[in-house]
Design a protein around this ligand. Structure first.
Ligand code: S3P
Length: 435
């Protein structure tokens, strides 16, 4: 483990560009692998999670190669995934695991999924349940975890599935299984979650129907589907941009432009909440990239105020709470968050990990069953401290790095390795922005 102390380095200024969106990168590779012919991807995130998806798809027959700055995928087509010759090592990546389980579920192949210590604790029952109804069978480890062996069913049985948790991964797993299932697969979403699967499948020529009824989203596709190859430009990841938006907001004197940030309304909750807290964010050159709304974000330091965060916004910023907690720790007054049970089953239990880490850095935090209550410093730098424990969770590491930038003594992060899963050049961009 490599520990690192992140210390105050002065204002963040200039222009930076964060890597490609992780959710869209995974899906670009998967849908490319299901198309017959060649897809080209520009701006793919070359993080470990996405590379785990690429390796698994190669093991099932797709040809995936880097071509200059781009990536090209020669797909095998829906229904013709090959039996992988070895266990699929998913590393730290829940998205790779759950979406690929969906793909395998409706193919007549057997696959073994393994992962690191963090991923091996995460619940897979949420995808095992609907995929079993479709006909797949599973031998998981105790508690419905990895390592697990699954056997797909071809032809699978279409289902109509109402999501019991707000999860884009579960929604996507069922829809991906539906691609090779004769008949209509339906997912009912009581609370909207990120909609990249629906948008991107349409880009690959699949007729995905989305209906809104009394606040619920009803998503349908009828298989078996043919996917046509597609050229994709991946926008910058709003989840990665969020670390810099918070850093620029809390470090005095900052004036930072983050270029090419994806602003899909199912993803941009963090920026809306920061603005409610008083952040100064200008959306410059709003445009569309790869079918997604994108803008350059100019973020200037501004005094933040604590708020009560509406739990309804949680799905649109589910990965950004750790860094929001850091913003709250520097705000004036109290920030209250609720309805965040899902944070306990991410790469770590993000409520307890952030409560412990922020307390160690000198913040005033109370952990509740479903959220954190944070009493801010009104802009006074945190004392700092550490080493904080990141529990193999990239977002805990990066959030506490941001806290370090707004601290007196720096924050020591016990392990920076997990950052490479989603944001390999994070530390060098911090150095660039604060040079
Ligand atoms: C993701 C969905 C979310 C998110 C994850 C990426 C996706 O997970 O936390 O980082 O790409 O579908 P859940 O579906 O568990 O909310």
């Amino acid at each position: 483990m490599t520990s690192h102390r992140f210390s105050s380095r002065g204002p963040l200024t200039g222009r930076i560009r964060v890597p490609g969106d992780k959710s869209i990168s995974h899906r670009s590779l998967m849908f490319g692998a299901l198309a017959v012919g060649r897809s080209r991807i520009t701006g793919l995130l070359e993080g470990e999670d996405v590379l785990a998806t690429a390796a698994a798809l190669r093991a099932m027959g797709a040809v995936i190669e880097k071509d200059g700055e781009d990536w090209v995928v020669d797909g095998v087509g829906v229904g013709t995934l090959l039996q992988p010759g070895q266990a699929l090592d998913m590393g730290n990546s829940g998205t790779s695991t759950r979406l690929l389980m969906g793909l395998v579920a409706s193919h007549g192949i057997t696959a073994t999924f393994t992962g690191d210590a963090s991923l091996s604790k995460r619940p897979m029952g949420r995808v095992i349940d609907p995929l079993s109804t479709m006909g797949a069978s599973f031998t998981p480890s105790p508690g419905g975890t990895l390592p697990l062996v699954m056997e797909g069913m071809q032809p699978a049985v279409p289902v109509s599935y109402r999501l019991p948790v707000a999860s884009a991964q579960v929604k996507s797993a069922v829809l991906l299984a539906g691609l090779n299932t004769p008949g209509t697969t339906t997912v009912i979403e009581p609370v909207p979650t990120r909609d990249h699967t629906e948008r991107m499948l349409r880009g690959f020529g699949v007729d995905v129907e989305v209906e809104e009824q009394k606040g619920e989203r009803i998503i349908k596709l009828t298989g078996p589907c043919d996917l046509s190859p597609c050229d994709i430009t991946v926008p910058g990841d709003p989840s990665s941009a969020a670390f810099f938006a918070v850093a620029a907001s809390i470090v005095p004197g900052s004036d930072l432009t983050i270029e090419n940030v994806g602003l899909n309304p199912t993803r941009n909750g963090i920026f809306r909440v920061l603005e409610q807290m008083g952040a100064s964010i200008d959306y410059l050159d709003a445009r569309e990239v790869g079918g997604e709304p994108v803008a350059d974000l100019r973020v200037r330091h501004a005094p933040l105020k604590g708020i009560e965060v509406d739990p309804a916004i949680a799905p649109s910023m589910i990965d950004e709470f750790p860094v929001l907690f850091v913003a709250a720790a520097l705000a004036e007054g109290t920030t209250v968050t609720t309805g965040l049970e899902e944070l306990r089953v991410k790469e770590s239990d993000r409520l307890s990990a952030m409560a412990a880490a922020l307390a160690l850095a000198g913040a005033s935090v109370e952990e509740t069953e479903d959220g954190l209550t944070i009493h801010g410093t009104s802009g006074t730098p945190l004392p700092g401290g550490g080493p904080v424990t990141t529990h193999l969770d990239h977002r805990i590491a990066m959030s506490m790095a941001v806290a370090g930038l707004a601290s007196q003594g720096g924050v020591e992060v016990d392990s920076t390795e997990p950052i490479a899963t989603s944001f390999p050049n994070f530390t060098s961009l911090i150095e660039q922005a604060s040079a």
